[in-house]
Every structure is written in structure tokens, then in C-alpha cells.
Design a protein around this ligand. Sequence first.
Ligand SMILES: Nc1ncnc2c1ncn2[C@@H]1O[C@H](COP(=O)(O)OP(=O)(O)O)[C@@H](O)[C@H]1O
Ligand SMILES: [Mg+2]
Length: 442
Amino acid sequence: MALFTSMRGRFLLSILLWVALGIGAIWLSSVRLFTMHVEAQYHEELEVHVRELGALTALDGGGRPHLTRPLSDPRYAEPLSGFYWQVTRPGFGTLKSPSMTRGTLNYDVAHSPRILHRMADGPTGHAIVYGFVRDTTGGAPIHFVIATDERHLQRIITAFTRELTVWLALLALALLASGLAIITFGFRPFNRLSAAIEKLRMGSAARVEGHYPDELHPLVADLNAYVERNGEIVARGRVQASALAHSLRTPLAVITDEAERMLEGPRSGAAEILLNQSERMQRQIDYHLARVRSGGSRVGVSTNCRVVDVLSPLLSAMQRCYPDKTFLSEIAEGNLVPMDADDLNEVLSNLLDNAGKWANSEIRVKADGLHILVCDDGPGVATDRREQVFEIGETGADALGGSGLGLAIARSIARDYGGEITLSASASGGLCARLTPPLPGI
Ligand SMILES: Nc1ncnc2c1ncn2[C@@H]1O[C@H](COP(=O)(O)OP(=O)(O)O)[C@@H](O)[C@H]1O
Ligand SMILES: [Mg+2]
């Protein structure tokens, strides 16, 4: 499926884009919101801790700070846990949380009585540091500092992000799957429509049948109207062509009659010309009538015709016409020709009629791949005349009362389909007429 040229491809691309945008936006905003929320909670907790530290700190007689009891959060007692506190009274000593087995905290952040925070390096990496300073009566102030490794905060955010990513990926997959289902469902009427049009093309339906969604209704209605109108035009054309042919018949007959009578008179030369020309006109009429009748009416309709179905009745008819000759068929049951049965019938009957007429004793119908051959053991046609005999009214010198239309009609029908009729010499010295069928699907 070409992504840009097919409608399904375009829809699929749009859905992909839409899902990617939607899920991406949800992912970004969720991570941001969660980070803000967790950070706020974390900071609030640290503020409580530093306040508790301040409340628990007392000075002994020598002015040295000490804790009246440990901080309530046990993580400050666990070595290198990432949770540290420090109380410094410059000149009087520094107190550190049991967790801070190495390093010290820079108490710079604790320079204001208001609780302040910033990011700084702690004993075990980057840390969020909170602090404030408390003045004492007489002497140095006390600096309270609380630090927590940033990695704790990061870990929570990373875990959330990972889980969110998995769930959103699943959601994206579900959305894509439902998008595909929607496309498939939405395109069903189009599939039905193309099947209906195929039926129309195959000739198994005369119009596009079935119920279609509102959006396709006008299209189907237009198509049906077009097909109907086309059919009417073709039918009318045929009727008019036959009407014309038939209307010419009577005047032609009168002219012929008159000319025949004139043959006896003094103007017999002119009468002969009249007769000749009338005969030619009659032949032209017969030829075009035959073409209107079979007219390649189903050309472009991809039907396949079983040759035997057409050939068997034809052969028995020919056998009756030419009782002293033998008609043999070597056509297999499976032999198909992509032509309408009526048209194939017209072609084969013309070829068989010629073969029957000219054969000495035997006529053979053979298959050569997809080609059909009608061969006889008659006199054949000289190589230089093999094209000429296809002309309308061409009967040859030794005509057996023919009209000279058969080969012209057969070739014209074959060519309508993209096929051809050619002549060659048969093995027994007679003539082989070959029907080359069109390639299937043309
Ligand atoms: N099987 C054949 N053997 C010999 N000559 C043939 C054969 N088929 C056709 N012809 C020659 O080609 C001419 C034209 O054939 P066709 O168009 O069928 O007209 P018709 O059969 O009415 O004469 C024939 O008059 C004949 O001279
Ligand atoms: Mg003939």
C-alpha cells in the first residue's frame, strides 16, 4: 500500500500523526505536572525537617549546640543514606547527623532567619539544601542545614516516567489498532463498490447494485445513469444502423431489377455497371449489418469463453451443410478464449464455412497454445493473395458463390478484441486460418 497515493495510506498516516501528537503531548504534560508536584512535596517535607532540627537544638552551658532528641525521620541515622543535617555555631563546634559519616555541608545557605534553599554538592552527590540561621543572645548565630540527595527525587520521577511511558505506549498501540479497524470498516463500502463495478465490467450485472452510504450515493447514481445512457445510445445506434440498412434494401432491389431488365436493351453496358455497383452496395450493407449484430459489444469485458461450447454446435451445423466432408476437432475441454461467445461463434463460423467450402475431404480445428487453427486440405490461397482475401467483397477468381465478407468480418471482430486472423499453408497443402486471441485482460 503506497502511503501517499492510496486513501488508506493517507488515513493511516494521519492517524499515526494524530496519535503521536496526542500521546506525546499527554506524556510531556504528565511528566511535567508530576515533577512539579513531587518537587513541591519534597521541598515541603525538607522545610518541616529543618524546622524540626531548629526546634530540637539547644545550647549547653559552654554554648555548644546539641540535640535534645534525634530527628523523627530514621533516614538521618542511616550512614550515607542521602539524608543529612548539620548544625554549626562558628566558634562553638558543629553537630552532624549520624548519616553523614564523611564530608560536611556548606552552611552558607543558612545565612538568613528565613528558610532558604538551593542546590549544592553534598557528601554523596548533588543535593537539595535547606537552611536558616538563628541569632543567639550574646555570641555567634546557629546555622541549621538539611540536605537530601537529588537522586532520591530523580528516582521517583524516573520510575514514574518509565511506568507512564509503558502505559502510554500501550494506549498508543490500542489507538492505532482501533484506527486501523475504523479505516477497514470505513472503507468497506468502497470495497463493495469496486466489486460491483467489476461485476458491471464483467457483464454479470447491468448496473451498480447495493446500498451505499450517503456520501457515495450521488456517485453510484451518476454511474448508473451513465451506464444506462451509454447502453441506450449503443442500442439506438444499432437500431438506426439496421434501419438504414433495411431501408436501403428495397431501393437497391428496385435498381437491380431495373438494371437486369436493361441488360437486354441497347444500354446493356450501363446496366452492367449499375448491377456491379448495386452488388457492391449490398455487400457493404451486409458486412456492416453483421458487424452491428456482433459488433464486439462486449469488448473490454473480461469474459472467458470455452471454445468447445461454441465449436460443438457449429461443427454439427457445418457437417449438415457439407455432408461429404469430415470435420475434426482437437480442441480440449479446457481451451478458453477471452472473447464473447457470440463473437467467437461469428469468427469460427466464417472460418469453418470457408474451410468446408474449399476442402477436398477433411477440416481440422486445432489449438496452438491460445491460438485456434482451422485447417483444410483444399487448394489453399497463394502467399501473395493472403492479405487481399480479407478485403470486403474479395472472393478470388475461383469464387464458389461467396460474398467475400466472411474473412473481413472475422478479422474485424478479432481485431475489436485486440486479436488477429492470419492465413498460412496447411500441412496438406490447403489453408490454415489462425485466430490469435488477445491477451487476457486487454
Ligand atoms: N479455406 C480456404 N481455401 C481456399 N480459399 C479460401 C479459403 N478461405 C477463403 N478463401 C478465399 O478467400 C476469399 C474470401 O473469403 P471470404 O471472405 O470468406 O468470402 P467468401 O467465403 O464469401 O468468398 C474466398 O472467396 C476464397 O477465394
Ligand atoms: Mg466465406
